[in-house]
Design a protein around this ligand. Structure first.
Ligand SMILES: Nc1ncnc2c1ncn2[C@@H]1O[C@H](COP(=O)(O)OP(=O)(O)OP(=O)(O)O)[C@@H](O)[C@H]1O
Length: 309
């Protein structure tokens, strides 16, 4: 068994004639938290489902927790916790009843102690008798995290666990995620939130089913070769459409009162800001943010031209 919790290569998934995941390779070291990013429909959920044995790849091979993803999918399921995008617990049962049900499904020994423990660990004591259907988004996600960790999985696959959850609850959720990695659990978490991407050891970015970039946030920013300038002059927004019309500016975006412009061609972007009318603004070169990089990546890969039946 190697030191990777996930070690897969050439993963392909086709639905009919549409290639939804296209030649994806991932090597996730044990005990790390990885962010899985990419636009809607880029294939994140499909990849996650292949990793936990719920979908069979059309092509490709590899292991999860040292187990073959094709031939040992059932064993992988027992050691993996998969949190789906949609809340999938019983709304008419309380938190405690839901967790008790899950512990029965996994046939866990010492069920009551196990449920007591997970309720305490995730700070659910006060709400344990509340119906799941009455919980707010943040508490629902906490219940879901409790449920997927009850059988002591070594790998957690979390599909947009914090979508629609308020910032405080999101922060608490991430505290729990880091607590779990401290215990040696490996986590792959899909997200659209940049601040969450920045909390990960490494990130992998998918577009149109292909892995476009991966590494630490710093690596991904460096590999983008993006040059970004920012202006915070009053009235800078009035220049946005003229800047967007410039062929050499690949990306113009608002960050509050500031305007960021980016290009992979440093000379060209610097020529633009030296020219009228843009030379009337003060420009400062900055390290591109992850968001600058992702917008640039999305622009460079273009629109999804695949055919969906
Ligand atoms: N069972 C299926 N049959 C046919 N097409 C599917 C099936 N499952 C997913 N797809 C298609 O595959 C593409 C990738 O979907 P997937 O859910 O993996 O993307 P995603 O990156 O997780 O998107 P999102 O960020 O919106 O959750 C989508 O266009 C989707 O419609």
């Amino acid at each position: 068994m190697n030191d990777f919790a996930v070690d897969v290569k050439s993963l392909v998934k086709e639905f009919g004639k549409t290639r939804v995941v296209d030649d994806v390779a991932l090597q996730i070291p044990k005990g790390q938290v990885w962010g899985f990013l990419g636009p809607n429909g880029s294939g994140k959920t499909t990849t996650i489902r292949m990793l936990c044995g719920l979908l069979t790849p059309t092509q490709g091979s590899g292991t999860c927790l040292g187990l073959d993803i094709i031939t040992e999918a059932e064993k992988i399921k027992l050691q993996t916790g998969y949190m789906t995008q949609k809340f999938s617990f019983w709304e008419d049962l309380s938190i405690r009843e839901n967790l008790d049900f899950v512990s029965r499904m996994y046939n866990l020994p010492n069920r009551k102690a196990k449920v007591d423990d997970v309720i305490a660990r995730l700070d659910l004591t006060q709400r344990q008798h509340q119906l799941a259907g009455d919980l707010s988004g943040g508490w629902k996600q906490r219940l879901a995290l409790a449920a997927v960790t009850m059988h002591n999985p070594k790998l957690l696959l979390l599909d947009e666990p914090t979508a629609g959850v308020d910032p405080k609850a999101r922060r608490e959720f991430w505290d729990q995620i880091h607590e779990l990695t401290n215990q040696g659990i490996t986590i792959l978490v899909s997200t659209h939130y940049m601040d969450e991407a920045e909390r990960c050891d490494q990130i992998a970015y998918l577009a149109h089913g292909k892995l476009i970039t991966q590494g630490t946030v710093r690596d991904v920013i460096a590999a983008s070769n993006l040059t970004t300038y920012v202006s915070i002059n009053k009235g800078v927004r009035q220049f946005a459409s003229a800047l967007k019309a410039e062929d050499d500016i690949e990306n113009v975006s608002y960050f509050g009162a500031a305007l960021h412009i980016s290009s992979t061609n440093t000379v060209a972007i610097e020529n633009v800001i030296k020219r009228a009318p843009f030379d009337s603004l003060d420009w400062q070169k900055i390290t591109p943010s992850l968001e600058d990089v992702f917008i640039s990546l999305m622009t460079s890969v273009g629109n999804d031209k695949r055919d969906y039946q």
